[in-house]
Design a binder for this molecule. Structure first.
Ligand code: XMP
Length: 517
């Protein structure tokens, strides 16, 4: 294991990504828990992240002195380099100009960090983002690369295997950065790089068996990638000790409910309870136009419905379920380092099963909690899940209800489902599905006048949305060819009764959000 100590940089997760891409298992811990993690994980090497803090201030975080005493290989990035210098006897000063963006470093000395990637005497592009700068390096260190703004752009003490870089190798704007991080993991720390999804699958299965024993597990299935992969993995580990509950709220896309049932029940033979709760959800949503109320209603009903089904299972004559499985991912688990404190504003209350385990007095099983989204996809492929499930765009818990601004009715949902299916069909046919993070139709509560076959129409407007994104936190609208949009619009208007106008949403996030509600 490589341990990544997080000092609060925005891009710490990317370090973990790069290390894992190099086939080495890594975990991120906030600096406050670094001491404990050192004992627990017994890591072979350490990476210190960047930070918005300044080492020139007294109370800012430091790396545990124990890592230097233990003689562990260390790579400090940006703030990480600065804290190494501070802690080992160098000097860091507040600089009057921030260096931000693209820069070039010249390699001064050969080093295992650069092996096969950077040659002595050559110049390479890197990404800088720092205010402070190192002004004197500790004894035993040498400069191995320098830039005009950062004379100590990369430093090392090769005998102690301690490295510091002022630039950010984890971001794509440092084109060779991933290979430098791989060099640290393989050549400096000496880890082999044989961590793979096949290995993870085996480890995860034995861990689940150990944790669960002979207990029964229930798992909420939504049709999304995360819960699907979690369910198949659990089933492989514990077979019929697993029961999946699929709460079908009637807000799914065209054919989606049946697909989930046929894949999991018929193909995988996983015990599956299909709860047809459309009537309950739609009658509760009737006449409700406020987005937050809609979200909260759906969240509450989901929990109540799920709970009721779980209680039925507890009374089916077998052992009562003790565990609740969730498809929680690593980005939700990594504790964020906060310097400002204070609550952030709620933009939307997300619908998930948070709070369920406490309410139901169940223990949690989260077999995907150490994985990133694309790793979950890779695991899904490893488990033989069809590409249509593994590669699918994210779909929000409250489903089509939040893609029908205003009141939701059965008729509107039917119209929306048809338009959405045509739009996605066109996207797939054009070979664009995988280039897009998320694409969907929205049915506006607005009617406009049109003319079709000499007759006046007065029907709804359908908005099309497509965005690219890395994590859903920010997004850009997708740049379709106008001919594509024209063709999709024509098909929707011709084939879907109830829609006579189509518009395309060209709002990015921020200031928009991906979903309309
Ligand atoms: P927004 O609309 O906030 O969405 O830009 C960001 C991402 O989150 C998805 N989303 C949800 N996912 N439960 C979910 O599981 C929710 O309540 C929810 N609301 C939004 C959205 O589809 C996008 O991928």
């Amino acid at each position: 294991t490589l341990l990544i100590i997080d000092f609060g940089s925005q891009v710490t997760q990317l370090i973990a990504r790069r290390v894992r891409e190099a086939g080495v298992y890594s975990e991120v811990v906030p600096f406050q828990k670094a001491e404990e993690a050192l004992k627990r994980l017994n890591p072979r090497g350490i990476i210190l992240s960047g930070s918005p803090a300044s080492t020139t201030e007294i109370d800012t975080p430091r790396a545990p002195q124990a890592i230097f005493e233990a003689g562990l290989p260390v790579l400090g990035i940006c703030y990480g380099e600065q804290t190494i210098c501070r802690q080992l006897g160098g000097e860091v000063e507040l600089s009057d100009h921030r260096e931000f963006g693209r820069a070039f470093v010249e390699v001064k000395e050969a080093s295992p960090l650069f092996e096969g990637v950077w040659d002595k005497g050559s110049r390479y592009q890197v990404w800088m983002s720092h205010g402070d700068k190192v002004t004197a390096i500790p004894e035993g260190f040498r400069v191995i690369a320098a830039s005009s703004g950062a004379p100590f752009a990369a430093i090392s003490d090769e005998s102690r295997k301690i490295y510091g870089v002022q630039f950010h190798p984890e971001v794509v704007h440092t084109p060779d950065g991933a290979r430098l991080i791989a060099n640290f993991a393989h050549k400096v720390v000496g880890l082999k790089g044989d961590w793979s999804m096949a290995a993870f699958r085996e480890e995860a299965i034995s861990r689940i068996r150990e944790d669960v024993g002979s207990g029964r597990v229930i798992c909420g299935l939504s049709g999304g990638v995360d819960s699907s992969v979690a369910a198949v993995l659990l089933h492989e580990a514990i077979g019929d000790q697993l029961t999946c509950i699929f709460v079908d709220h009637g807000l799914m896309r065209l054919g989606e409910g049946e697909e989930v049932v046929s894949l999991f029940r018929d193909h995988y033979n996983i015990p599956l309870v299909h709860v047809r709760a459309e009537d309950i959800f739609l009658s509760a949503l009737e006449g409700e136009a406020d987005p937050e109320t809609k979200r909260k209603t759906i969240g509450r009903l989901f929990i109540e419905t799920f709970e009721a089904e779980a209680e039925k299972l507890a009374a089916d004559g077998r052992k009562a379920p003790e565990f609740l499985a969730q498809g929680t991912l690593y980005p939700d688990v990594i504790e964020s380092v906060s310097f400002t404190g204070g609550p952030s504003v709620t933009i939307k209350s997300h619908h998930n099963v948070g709070g369920l385990p406490e309410r139901m007095n169940l223990k949690l099983v989260e077999p995907l909690r150490m994985l990133f989204k694309d790793e979950v996809r890779a695991l899904g492929r490893e488990l033989g899940l069809p590409e249509s499930f593994v590669g699918r765009h994210p779909f929000p818990g409250p489903g089509l209800a939040i893609r029908c601004p205003g009141g939701v009715t059965r008729d509107k949902l039917d119209i929306l489902r048809k338009a959405d299916a045509i739009y996605l069909d066109e996207i797939r046919k054009a070979g664009l599905y995988d280039a897009i993070w998320q694409a969907f139709a929205v049915l506006l509560p607005v009617q406009t006048v049109g003319v079709m076959g000499d007759a006046r129409t007065y029907d709804f407007v359908c908005a099309l949305r497509a965005v690219t994104s890395v994590d859903g936190m920010t997004a850009d609208f997708f740049h379709f060819d106008m001919d594509f949009l024209g063709a999709a619009a024509t098909r929707i208007i011709n084939e879907v009764k109830g829609i006579n106008r189509v518009v395309y949403d060209v709002t990015s996030k921020p200031p928009g959000t991906i979903e309309w509600e």
